[in-house]
Design a protein around this ligand. Structure first.
Ligand SMILES: Cc1cc2nc3c(=O)[nH]c(=O)nc-3n(C[C@H](O)[C@H](O)[C@H](O)COP(=O)(O)OP(=O)(O)OC[C@H]3O[C@@H](n4cnc5c(N)ncnc54)[C@H](O)[C@@H]3O)c2cc1C
Ligand SMILES: NC(=O)c1ccc[n+]([C@@H]2O[C@H](COP(=O)([O-])OP(=O)(O)OC[C@H]3O[C@@H](n4cnc5c(N)ncnc54)[C@H](OP(=O)(O)O)[C@@H]3O)[C@@H](O)[C@H]2O)c1
Length: 238
């Protein structure tokens, strides 16, 4: 699929946590973007130090069936030129965007159970993939493991519970690496959750987020057995 330039406007903004902002873009030209769940768009960012521009990539968290509206998850902690520019844009602002980019996509494999492993905003492409899968009735088991730091970093909790209630084949485990002493849920990193898997030969895993996590999870799954692991191509040499 070739990437093409297009225009979009900021349709809505939701502050999900202190650091995470959900930004919904409405496609203007063309009026829809055709993409695969897991792919990203590039946002053109004016370069403060020259008259040229920079590109910053953001995974699409929304599923392709709502292709007129694109949901991004932005981490305001980054505070580089891309995040600063995007976070300053208000509702109605016009953005120049290209896409779709990337080959991190769902593979056709009805035989394996699906395991999604993410940290932080690495949930974005996984969210699009899971929403796409759950839109079609299926009994293929889908498990999401999501690592966040503390209670105040959690979001999309209601959406996760709705998915779990309505889809018998979907389950999720949230783990916090630095919770408060009052936290009663899982504590530790997503890598710790993988210890519970005695065999992985029946799994296809999709991994996204912190770079070191992606490498550690990939290595761990391969050590445990014949797990198919999918991740962004830029991780392939690590
Ligand atoms: C395929 C892909 C998908 C992605 N999807 C997402 C996504 O869904 N959500 C998301 O939030 N990000 C995503 N990213 C990351 C995103 O593209 C940017 O790299 C991120 O927003 C940081 O860009 P930036 O321009 O703000 O920071 P950069 O300028 O690239 O700087 C990188 C880091 O350097 C430090 N830094 C830079 N300038 C300063 C400064 N002036 N002061 C202090 N520290 C500084 C910051 O720690 C910053 O995080 C994705 C990246 C890729 C490749
Ligand atoms: N398509 C893509 O490639 C894509 C899409 C979206 C986002 N991203 C990237 O995803 C990253 C999200 O940030 P983040 O995950 O670092 O978020 P974060 O909010 O900084 O951290 C989230 C959790 O990751 C844990 N973590 C850190 N290192 C780990 C490791 N080696 N193994 C297991 N868990 C680990 C942290 O644990 P501690 O508290 O112990 O540190 C924390 O609980 C960003 O770098 C963003 O650019 C990529």
């Amino acid at each position: 699929m070739t990437a093409c330039p297009f225009r979009a406007k900021v349709l809505s903004i939701r502050q999900l946590t202190r650091a995470i902002r959900e930004m919904t873009l409405e496609m203007l030209e063309p009026s829809e973007l055709s993409f695969q769940p897991g792919q990203s768009i590039a946002v053109t960012v004016p370069d403060q130090s020259s008259s040229s521009s920079l590109l910053r990539y953001y995974s699409l968290a929304s599923p392709p069936h709502s292709s007129n509206q694109l949901v991004l998850l932005l981490n305001s902690h980054d505070r580089g030129q891309g995040s600063t520019f995007l976070l300053e844009n208000e509702i109605g602002a016009d953005l120049q965007i290209s896409g779709p980019h990337g080959s991190f996509m769902l593979q056709q494999d009805q035989e394996r159970e699906l395991l999604f492993v993410g940290t932080g905003t690495g949930i974005a492409p996984l969210w699009s993939m899971i929403a796409t899968l759950l839109a079609v009735p299926s009994s293929q088991p889908i498990t999401l493991l999501w690592g966040l730091r503390s209670e105040s970093d959690r979001y999309y909790l209601q959406e996760l519970e709705t998915w779990k209630t309505h889809h018998e084949n979907f389950s999720y485990v949230l783990t916090l690496s630095q919770p408060s002493s009052a936290w009663k849920g899982n504590t530790g990193r997503v890598t710790d959750l993988l210890q519970a898997f005695s065999t992985v030969d029946h799994l296809a895993a999709y991994v996204c987020g912190n770079r070191t996590m992606v490498k550690e999870v990939t290595d761990l799954l391969h050590e445990k057995g014949d797990c198919a692991v999918f991740r962004e191509r830029y991780h392939e040499n690590s």
